[in-house]
Design a protein around this ligand. Structure first.
Ligand SMILES: Nc1ncnc2c1ncn2[C@@H]1O[C@H](COP(=O)(O)OP(=O)(O)O)[C@@H](O)[C@H]1O
Ligand SMILES: O=C(OP(=O)(O)O)[C@H](O)COP(=O)(O)O
Length: 395
């Protein structure tokens, strides 16, 4: 696996694919700069070697050229984080980009305009990829968040850099973290899967059953499993067409010697609201008119015992509707448990959109071993897929 450490960038231009697809508010200010901070070590390494950086990224899902998706908006934030001036090219290919890239001096940074202003980016167009390739001497992919997309800048462009392509520090770290859980994690290995629906996690569950010793199933997914076992789930969220599958998953787990832990009690509410009345009830005796929106205290105790006993922990998906304060306790308690287990030597990886949001919101970011910068990319990795952005560097 070739990483940025295998190259000296003195007098070289690094063409770096970063994922600066960051959230902006109405004033075009960056509201979460994690992805920019995460790319910093790679950029600094190039500059310290005496090289220059051409940064390329997408922002959002624009339809053609739309100013609200211009990467120009985030230049001040990047300059703040890197402490270096950032030049900006109003197009990612063409004369302006080429002449600015050619004139870059060691220590300088150029940011290209949103790659997705050209349809060719998502199509993986060859000639567009070739134009991009002219902008650097060494291609570095550090965009884990976009590594599941086979686009021009993440995948096709790599073919123009046979011996001169590598992973940046962030992408290498993401790969290593996934490997630590999925391949060589210290046992017992635990996966905690929560979130809303079974359907969005089926492939993850099936793939993970071969890798773990324990599986905690929580969140809205719980109720499809409970109903499948004959429980009464009241008005809780449920995918009736996935009940057979839920059964099958439990059977597979048994055959593979994976211990499955489901909630035994829940916080049931008479409405999907912070103002709802609530009661703690047995997970399989939820009255009509009530829905389970968080794990109950006995479940949290049980989960804590498992979490403390495990040496490798993967967490994807919240245990309850954490966006509503009244139903955030389970997710917070689980975060506390994982933090404690991590402090005692376990390796913990948090990945997948909403669980990362929860970890950040409740301040667990520094208390777990690694928080992934990719939502979809992490899910596809957990499904066992080889991401095209990663394959393109390895080939
Ligand atoms: N018991 C529940 N009932 C309904 N929704 C739930 C429940 N528990 C969790 N959720 C919701 O699941 C969503 C996260 O699901 P998902 O997108 O699958 O997770 P992730 O983004 O971590 O993969 C959150 O918005 C949360 O409110
Ligand atoms: O934010 C991203 O994905 P994510 O929300 O799944 O983490 C990436 O930048 C990929 O963006 P895309 O899903 O528009 O290709």
């Amino acid at each position: 696996m070739k990483t940025i450490d295998d190259f000296n960038f003195e007098n070289k231009r690094a063409l770096i694919r970063v994922d600066f697809n960051v959230p902006l508010n109405d004033n075009f200010e960056v509201t979460d700069d994690t992805r920019i901070i995460s790319a910093k070590p790679t950029i600094i390494k190039v500059l310290e070697d005496g090289g220059s950086c051409v940064l390329m990224s997408h922002l959002g899902r624009p339809k053609g050229i739309q100013d609200e998706f211009s990467l120009r908006h985030i230049v001040p934030k990047i300059e703040d984080i890197l402490g270096v001036e950032v030049k900006f090219s109003g197009d990612c290919v063409g004369e302006e980009a080429e002449s600015m890239a050619n004139n870059l001096q060691p220590g300088e940074i150029l940011l290209l305009e949103n790659l997705r202003f050209h349809d060719e980016e998502k199509k993986g167009d060859e000639s567009f990829s070739k134009q991009l390739s002219k902008l650097g001497d060494i291609y570095v992919n550090d965009a884990f968040g976009t590594a599941h997309r086979a686009h021009a800048s993440t995948t096709i462009v790599a073919q123009y850099f046979k011996e001169t392509k590598c992973f940046g520090y962030l992408l290498a770290k993401e790969i290593e973290s996934i490997k630590k859980v999925m391949e060589d994690g210290e046992k017992p290995v635990l996966a905690i899967l929560g979130g809303a629906k079974v359907s969005s996690k089926i492939t993850v569950i099936e793939n993970i059953l071969d890798k773990v010793n324990h599986l905690i199933i929580g969140g809205g997914m719980t109720f499809t499993f409970i109903k499948a076992q004959g429980g009464q789930i009241g008005d809780s969220i449920c995918e009736d067409d996935k009940m057979e599958l839920a059964h099958d998953i439990l059977k597979q787990a048994k055959a593979k010697n994976v211990q499955v832990h489901l909630p035994v009690d829940v916080v049931a509410a008479n409405a999907f609201s912070n103002d709802a009345d609530t009661q703690i009830v047995d997970v399989s005796k939820i009255p009509e008119g009530w829905q389970g929106l968080d794990a109950g205290p006995k479940s949290l105790e049980n989960f804590d015992v498992v979490v403390q006993a495990c040496k490798t922990i993967l967490w994807n998906g919240p245990l309850g509707v954490f966006e509503l304060e009244k139903f955030a306790k389970g997710t917070i308690a689980l975060g506390d448990s994982i933090a404690e287990s991590t402090a005692n030597g376990a390796f913990s990886l948090v990945g997948g959109g909403d669980s990362v949001a929860a970890v950040k919101q409740f301040g667990f970011e520094k208390k777990v071993s690694y928080v992934s910068t990719g939502g979809g990319a992490m899910l596809e990795s957990l499904e066992g897929k080889t991401l095209p952005g990663i394959a393109a560097i390895l080939s």
